[in-house]
Design a protein around this ligand. Structure first.
Ligand SMILES: *Cc1c(COP(=O)(O)O)cnc(C)c1O
Length: 223
């Protein structure tokens, strides 16, 4: 099946309230263009440089979609990232949030952000500890920053293995999301739960996600 057909098949399979962010790493602009032509609305990139090149190559097509930073945001790349991305999904500390806020102020922007949870507490992964009180402290901190708009929570969860193995970590992330939502922190609008990838999106949807990030299942395997 073509990329466009894959996109439409998955779009029809997934409930309408679940947004699909296409993970475009390693893909050619022509491949991403095909997905956009089929109706894709949201594209995720892991690296600032790759995103810049992709957007330039796509030209007008790039303007029609929402760009999500889904990789780790290095502090020295924030200035380059801000004009490119519409949403930063990977705020992994209050310190990082403060750094983004400071630079966003210079661009006179208010940046929609998600906080990333290291839901399985993996030592080599970025993200906050999977603990509601940790997330609460960071969310309250972000709510004080004038140039960030906190809108939700994102997690990767452990890779490989059986998708069922990821379920407890998706469930934990959902709990943290619901906790933050119940707090009704002023200036925070908890509406996005970003979790689920090609091998785990069904489990993520069962656990209440409303945004999945898909690469392989739409574009084919990465080489
Ligand atoms: C690559 C990537 C995805 C999608 O992975 P697939 O398994 O190809 O669907 C989702 N989220 C992030 C952060 C990624 O880097």
């Amino acid at each position: 099946m073509s990329i466009g057909e894959n996109y439409l098949r998955i779009r029809n399979e997934i409930p309408g309230h679940v947004r699909i962010v296409l993970a475009a790493k390693t893909r050619q602009p022509g491949e991403v263009a095909e997905a956009i032509e089929a109706g894709a609305t949201d594209i995720g990139e892991n690296y600032v440089q790759e995103a810049a090149a992709m957007i330039q190559a796509l030209g007008e097509k790039a303007e029609a979609v929402t760009w999500h930073m889904i990789g780790e945001l290095q502090k020295n790349k924030i200035n380059k990232a801000l004009p490119i991305f519409d949403v930063i999904q990977t705020i992994d500390s209050l310190e990082k949030a403060i750094a983004v806020d400071k630079r966003a102020a210079r661009f006179e922007k208010v940046v929609p952000v998600l906080i990333e949870i290291n839901s399985a507490a993996e030592p080599n992964k970025s993200g906050l500890a999977p603990d509601s009180s940790v997330a609460e402290t960071v969310a309250k901190g972000i709510s004080q920053l004038k140039h960030l708009h906190l809108q939700g929570v994102m997690t990767m969860g452990p890779l490989g293995a059986d998708p069922e193995d990821v379920r407890p970590f998706f469930r934990k992330t959902r709990e943290i999301f619901e906790h933050l939502k119940e707090l009704e922190i002023s200036g925070v609008e908890m509406n996005t739960l970003s979790m689920g990838m090609s091998d785990s999106y069904r489990v993520a949807i069962e656990e209440g996600t409303n945004m999945v990030r898909l690469g392989t299942i739409i574009f084919g395997p990465r080489f």
